[in-house]
Design a protein around this ligand. Sequence first.
Ligand code: SF4
Ligand code: ZN
Length: 316
Amino acid sequence: MTTKCRKCSTPAIIYQPYSGLHLCRKHFFEDVERKAKLTMRQRYPVKKNDVIAVGFSGGKDSSVALLLMHKIFGDRPDIRIVAITIDEGIDGYRNHSIERTREMTERLGIEHIVRSFKDEYGKSMDELVTEKKMVENRYSDDKKEVGPCSYCGVLRKKILNKAARDIGATKLVIGHNLDDEAQTIMLNHFRGDVERMVRFSAANELDGFILRVKPLRKIPEKEIALYAYLNDLPMELTACPHSFGALRKEVRRLLNSFEVNHPGTKYSLVRGYDTMVPLIAQALDTSAMQDCQICGEPCNDTVCQACKMLEKGAID
Ligand code: SF4
Ligand code: ZN
């Protein structure tokens, strides 16, 4: 016997252990869209004449984030939505996804900008990996030893922020889902990095940094994947050749097994974090910003993380 949707009598396509609900396609779509809208309203309220930049890699998360922004705000004449794709220069991986990002933005009629590592830093990610002889991005007490994903993440974030600022963006949407959020929170706990934990939250605007907005932070990764699939959105099927991230994989496994045994764990982690961070932020002033002495971009030190990496191959 097929299980029926809790909200109507149509056959269900998904079961959410954390809510106890079986949902049909229509009600699943409604649930995803409701969660994204609620997150936007409560955490990142959109104002008149906002320019919403969307970091759009062409993977499932950013594709869903872009589609949802288009669905929620696409009809508002005062809101401008611009997709920004960063070409890290990873052969056999990013070149394919860039094609897919173009197809999707053309189909939806959304403005699209592509910026590359090569243009910004003079080197592609492939070249940097060879040049810096990057090691596996494992958990280590030696914070100087960073792997490809740390490089890539810091360098990408910097271009994204610059590109968003160049177009006058007031918000920068990124496709972090519930699993990404929960994993990052755990990782920062494991590293004992309270300052980063506060900065990661950054629900407030800081000088020179475009407010990072995460409409998918309350939607589990599996549901994002299903939503992307049912909407025929681009999904990244090839793995990045530089992807290691051993510690994150471990944390991911741990959280997934917790979620199976104790549904709702990921939500609890994020909820607890949201309650805790404003209290810590008051005690720890992480809002002081200055201009990087090398590139002039805003940062919380004399030299920004991206310049430290490119100069010395290390971060603090
Ligand atoms: Fe960059 Fe790592 Fe993602 Fe590859 S897996 S694109 S190196 S962050
Ligand atoms: Zn239904």
